[in-house]
Design a binder for this molecule. Sequence first.
Ligand code: ZN
Length: 322
Amino acid sequence: MKFSRQKTLRSHVSLTGVGVHSGAPVNLVLGPADVDAGFVFIRTDADGTEREVRALAASVSATAFATVLGDKAGAVVSTAEHVLAALRGMGVDNATIEVDGPEIPIMDGSAAAFVAAIDRAGIVEQSAPSRFIEVLKPIQVTLGESFGELRPYANGFRAEVEIDFANPLIGRQAYNFDLTPDAFRRDIARARTFGCMKDVAKLWKAGYARGASFDNSVVFDEDRLLNAEGLRYADECVRHKVLDLIGDLALSGLPLIGLYRSVRGGHKLNHAVLTALMADRHAWRVVEVEPVAARRRASVSDAVGGMLGGGMVAPAFAPDVS
Ligand SMILES: [Zn+2]
């Protein structure tokens, strides 16, 4: 049995953008983190205060327009999902994400800028073996017209996503995706946030989405696409849903081995399915063996990495089963 090793960033890398809801400028720095740290958000504000929050399902404080992470003292960072998708999608296990404001910058509405930042930083292997959460039995959640399911899947992580919008320009779209860093970069990372003009107008009225523009959102009117440059993929909307769910499910704390099916889903559904999985201790276990497909892809680094200590390790967020 072969094991792969955890990965982190080689160096720190920074980027600057605006928060989609506040419209305010924000600086973000991605950096290396220790083995088993997972993804850690560090909020450093101009007044010198610093707050840390781990990217775990238990840290989620809101899912209405974006995924918000916080602690007992309140929200720490909003719109966490695209940078988390980039880190998970590119195969990073541990990283710090430092921001000097309440929102992760929206950049172009996709994960492309974060993938480019990860490329600039570089990825290095760490001493400890990779760990995964293996889904052992189906977990299903229905929320109104949305349906989500996680079920066992031997070959790594797969998403099967369907959306069905009343707007005829979006309509019904379906996308199946087997996660590898190459496929994430090619097929998912560039898919942008999207919305309908009437919903964006509602958000503006409610004081949200002040930073939203055609530079960071695909916006549809009733009968036309409002962005002059057009779509990046004909099915860009459903691909963005795949991007979002990879980010949202990164809040499991470890890469998943399983199949996630989402019908008319969003952040709220993703969080509900993940919470339901975590709550059922017979539905998952932490394993150190790589999935078959990943093992094939990673055969060279496996040969270098060799055999590492096995055994199962309970994650920090595991339910108390003693
Ligand atoms: Zn999104």
